[in-house]
Design a protein around this ligand. Sequence first.
Ligand code: SAM
Length: 223
Amino acid sequence: MDTDDERPTRARQTLVESLRERGHIYTTRVAKAMAAVPRHEFVPDAVRDHAYADEPLDIGHGQVVTAPHLVAQMTELLELRPGQTVLEVGTGSGYHAAVLAEMVGPENVFTIERIPELADAARAALERTGYGDVTVVVADGSGGLPDHAPFDRINVTSVAPDVPGPLVDQLADDGRMVIPLGPRGGSHELVLLTKQDGRIERTNYGGVRFVPLVGAYGFAEEE
Ligand code: SAM
C-alpha cells in the first residue's frame, strides 16, 4: 500500500501515463518534467485532493490553474531546450512555471502575474518545491518584460483579443510563442507563433477556454 508520501507521486505518474496515452504528451522531456513537478504543492488545500485529476482547479481571485492536458500541449508546442530563456505571462499558481523550469532551468524562467496575492503564493510554492530561482514579477504582463528581452520562448496562459505587439517584439529570432486568442468568454483558439528572420508564422491548434488577459494589450478590467 502507498504511504501518504508516495500517494501524490503515484497519482502524478498515473496522470502522466494517461496524458501520454491520449496524445497530449509525446516527448520524454515533457513527460519527465510533468512527472517531476508536484502539482498538489501549488494548489489551495480545498482542491488538493483533485491535484492529479485532468481539470482546471480554483486558485482564488477568480483564477484557475490550467488543466494538465493543456499544460502538456502548450509545453510540447514550445519545444523547450535547456538554457533557453522563457517568459510566462500569467503565473497563477506557479505550477506551469515550475514545469517550464524543469525543462530550461529555473534561473531562465521569468513569469508575470497581475494579482499580487497569487504571485506571493506562487513564489512561496516555487521556493518550497526547489524552483526558487524562477523570477516572479507583479505587473501587467501583456506588455512583456522589456528589461529581460529577448525571450526564446513565450507562454501566455490567458486569452488575448489579439497578439500583444510588445510580446512579438520581445520574442527572439527562431522563437516560439504559445497564446490563446479569442473573445472574452466563448471559445478560444490555441495559437503557436514562430519567428524566423523577423517574420511571424501562425498555426492554430484548436478550441480551448481560458481566463482573460487583462491589461494594456489585453482586455479591459471588468466593472
Ligand atoms: N499558468 C498558471 C498556473 O500554472 O497556475 C495558470 C494561469 S491562469 C489560467 C491565468 C493567469 O493570468 C491568472 O492568474 C491571471 O491573474 C493572470 N493574468 C491575467 N492577465 C494578466 C496580465 N495582464 N499580466 C499578468 N498576469 C495576468
